[in-house]
Design a protein around this ligand. Structure first.
Ligand SMILES: Nc1ncnc2c1ncn2[C@@H]1O[C@H](COP(=O)(O)OP(=O)(O)OP(=O)(O)O)[C@@H](O)[C@H]1O
Ligand SMILES: NC(=O)c1ccc[n+]([C@@H]2O[C@H](COP(=O)(O)O)[C@@H](O)[C@H]2O)c1
Length: 169
């Protein structure tokens, strides 16, 4: 059985890692969609699709679990979004998402949609981690160590701070 999990992963954090660990017990293979792949360099979506891919692949490297990472751009056309996703990914049997719109669109097309359990949501949250980066608070313990390395490599925290100061974000 193959599963599909989509998120923006801005950034990939320990809550995301926990759900992947859970899902890996239920499926043989997992497709991880990088949602809003075209977005980067904004306060809500600071990291590129490629940067999010390395956050995920470096973190999952030590796990012997088959998965595919597929960037998926947004389209302004919800009614055909599921077909668009299907055109970009290997076939899948079950969808994992906590996002109400994603759940609705896949359920309407007849997919089994499962809601992953939320772990420590007050801290394991992309929004909270981006806020901490901006305000100079500790965030490193909320993401896998490989993600800390990627964000250092790309100087991601300073990017977010520059975006905050810029008129162009
Ligand atoms: N703490 C968490 N525990 C388990 N699952 C989570 C957690 N946070 C997010 N998820 C799930 O991971 C998937 C991708 O989420 P997403 O990339 O939007 O992360 P997020 O932390 O909610 O980000 P943001 O705060 O930027 O919206 C969603 O299905 C969401 O339900
Ligand atoms: N019409 C569309 O392009 C469409 C519809 C539903 C979800 N999405 C994307 O799926 C992703 C869902 O991820 P989150 O659960 O992290 O919000 C987002 O990137 C969202 O933009 C896109």
């Amino acid at each position: 059985m193959r599963g599909f999990l989509i998120g923006r992963w801005q950034p990939f954090h320990k809550g995301h890692f926990s759900i992947i660990e859970e899902i890996s017990k239920e499926v043989d293979e997992l497709i991880i969609g990088i949602g809003s792949a075209q977005k980067s360099h904004t306060l809500n979506d600071p990291f590129t699709a490629g940067e999010r891919i390395i956050m995920i692949t470096k973190t999952l490297k030590k796990y012997n679990f088959p998965y595919y990472v597929i960037p998926i751009n947004d389209i302004e056309f919800n009614a055909i979004w599921v077909s668009y996703v299907e055109a970009l990914t290997p076939p899948f049997d079950v969808v994992y998402s906590g996002n109400p719109l994603v759940r609705e669109l896949f359920m309407e097309k007849g997919y089994t949609v499962k809601k992953p359990k939320l772990y420590n949501r007050s801290e394991y949250s992309g929004r909270e981690i981006r806020r901490r980066m901006l305000e100079g608070e500790r965030w490193e313990h909320l993401v896998p160590e490989e993600v800390v390395e990627v964000i250092k490599e790309i100087d991601g925290v300073n990017r977010i701070r520059r975006l905050m100061e810029s008129d162009y974000y």
